[in-house]
Every structure is written in structure tokens, then in C-alpha cells.
Design a protein around this ligand. Sequence first.
Ligand SMILES: *Cc1c(COP(=O)(O)O)cnc(C)c1O
Length: 417
Amino acid sequence: MDHFTYKQGKYHAEDVAIEKIAGEIGTPFYCYSTATLTRHYNVFAQHFSDVAAKICYAVKANSNLGVLATLAKLGSGADVVSEGEIRLALAAGIKPADIVFSGVGKTANEMAFALEQDIFQFNIESEPELELLSRIAQSKGKKARIAVRVNPDVDPRTHAKISTGQKESKFGVAMAQAPQVYALAAKLPGIDVQGVSVHIGSQLTTLEPFQQAFARVRDFVLELRGRGYVINTLDLGGGLGIPYGQGEPPLPDAYAQVAKRETAGLGCTLIFEPGRMLVGNAGILVARVIYVKRGENRTFLIVDAAMNDLIRPTLYDAYHEIVPAKETSAAKEAVDVVGPVCETGDIFAEGRKMALPTADELMVFRSCGAYGAVMAGNYNARLLVPEVMVSGSEYAVVRPRQTYKELIARDNIPAWL
Ligand SMILES: *Cc1c(COP(=O)(O)O)cnc(C)c1O
């Protein structure tokens, strides 16, 4: 459920008309709803209120400080994948004790920074990473608390580009190799083993892969304990899918039941890293129609947002619902919704049935809160679009539109010219 809807024929984010924001800051822009974000966090958290659990929002889904601060206030921790994300999480008020650090390529500098902040846990993905972390921790007279991210070799049945838990994946350590990684960890002077972690992919639309992965991890925790390791935390990752207007992924309630059932009696503090599930449907992208172009046998809706603003359709074949900001009951026809970027892949939707808008009309791309603005770039020298956050009848620009001055100032002309 989200708080984006028509009121008296005009699309609103909570109590603010999209048309009003567009009139004041221009298009395109991302818009996030505080009420939706709050609802999603609370629904998720509530299902784990009866067990020891930490919810560490996956910052990479949307790292805007307004979003992070909203979640921090609700009690969320953070799952981060870079020093930049640690710094953003801290700036938003998330406590180091609620931060877990994931990723296959943590650098020495990033490890040093995370250790100085005394974050809760490093999720380790290889032996060389473990050795480097131990050396850095030792040089600082500290011990790094770690979990090893295991790869349960489960097919998450999602898009290939967001599958992470199969044998061929660069992520995690194979179940068969994991015992030797724990043996190494136990010997290293800068390392404190505290848990096990797993994350099998994103936008999962069925529960079975989670169930299989969690069951394998549960057995593995018991095996490690049998070998004498103390395992207190179990990080079950993120990945729960959201409805994008097609299909109905499992609800958080059903997901929580599986997670709790598969880990019952272990006595571990559970860690969850939901990203998309919290922010995906809490954001929209608003664009304006530039032209309606009647081709020989196709009609193109050319909008002022493009693949550099929202890359999901071209990168993941993602589906986003697209609706006009002005409600209409006009007859629908098939159109291709495209951006102005000079790439054939700059297509948001092909053959989509919709009432044909006119030039200058506002269009709303739904479910753009996750992996939207964070993946934006400047391709075609297009400015990064602003982000706004709505709360009730108020809105705030949480990131202003980039300016052409900033765009040009990014580069230097060499002195010899
Ligand atoms: C991306 C990622 C997540 C979040 O995934 P969602 O599908 O957005 O929930 C969680 N944990 C790790 C390690 C990730 O890489």
C-alpha cells in the first residue's frame, strides 16, 4: 500500500498535488512519501518484534539523507557497501552499533574507517578480505566482529542481473568452503567471529528460495557450533520483492513466518537487510511529455526523463506502471514511452496501453523509490534530477537539481591547452 493516488482527478503524493511540485521545481523529479516509507518500515519491523532482530536498511536502494533520516528515526539500522554509505548513514543519525558492512570489494581504507567508527559487523566474502581486515584491525589494536557470507547455491528465480546466491556468483563463500574460512577467522588475531550471513538476490517473488537458503544456513550454524564456534548473529539479507503493478510477491508477514520458522531455537539475533521492500513503492518519478511522435507504425511518447535518470527498464527489463498526473477516462492505445537519450535502450515501456497524453502533460512512473535516483548518471550531459520528500501537506527538496555550472565544474582542461 502506498500514499500516491488521485484526489479530485489530480495525482497526489499524500496531500500534495504532483502538479504543484512540478510547477515549483520543474521536471523530471523523484518524489518520496514519508507516510509510505514509515508504513513499510513499521509493517516489516512489527513482524519481528517478538524475536531478537535488527533491521538494517540496505542503503544502496536509496541513499538520500532525507530517506535515511526518516528510517533512522523509526529505529532502522543500515546495511552498507561502501565508505560513502557509512558516512551517509552516520550523517542521517544511524548508530554505528546498527551498521553492517557488506560487499565483495571492501578496500583497506574503507575497513579502517569502519573500524574507527566501531560498526556492528563486517560480512566477509573471501579469505583475502578476512586477512586484510585482521591486519588492519590489529594495527589499530581492535578486533573486527565478522560474519562470513555463505552462498547457499539457491536459485532465487529472479532476473539474472540481480541473482547473487548461486554457485557461479561472485558473492559469498560456497557452503563447502565456508568451514575453512571460519577456521582461518578463528586463528586471526584481529577477528572476532560472531555470525553467519546470506543474501541470495533481489526482487524475489516466491518464498521457496528464501526457505531453502535459510534452512541451509540453519544447518550450517549448527555445524559451526558443533565445531566449537560461537555464533550469535544470523544475517538473512534482503531481497523480498515488491509489486510493480504486475504479479503479487509474498507479503512481509509470510516472509517473516518463514524466517522465524527456519531459525527457531537457534537463539541468534536475526539481522535483516531489506532495501527495495522499504523504499520501492515509497517513490515515484515524475516526467513531462515533450512530444507525441506518430511514427509509421508506432506512437512514441517522448518524455523529459531518460535512462540516465531511471536505468531499471533497460538494465533489468523492469516494469514500471506509468500513469498521467491528470486522471482520464479517454480510450487507451499502445504507445512506446521513451526518453531523449541517444540510445536505442532508452525505452521505459514498449507497446504500453494508455490514454494518449498531449505535449506538456505530466506522467508519473510508479515504484521508483528503490534503485532509481541512486543509479542515475549524467549521460548525454543531462543534469541529475532533484529529489523531494512529502509529509502530509508539506514537501521538501531533499536534493536540489544539479546545475549546468556544477556539470561544467566537474572537469578540468589540462594546463598544456
Ligand atoms: C542489495 C542488497 C540488499 C538489499 O536487497 P533488496 O532486494 O533491495 O532488499 C541486502 N543485502 C545485500 C548484501 C545486498 O547486496
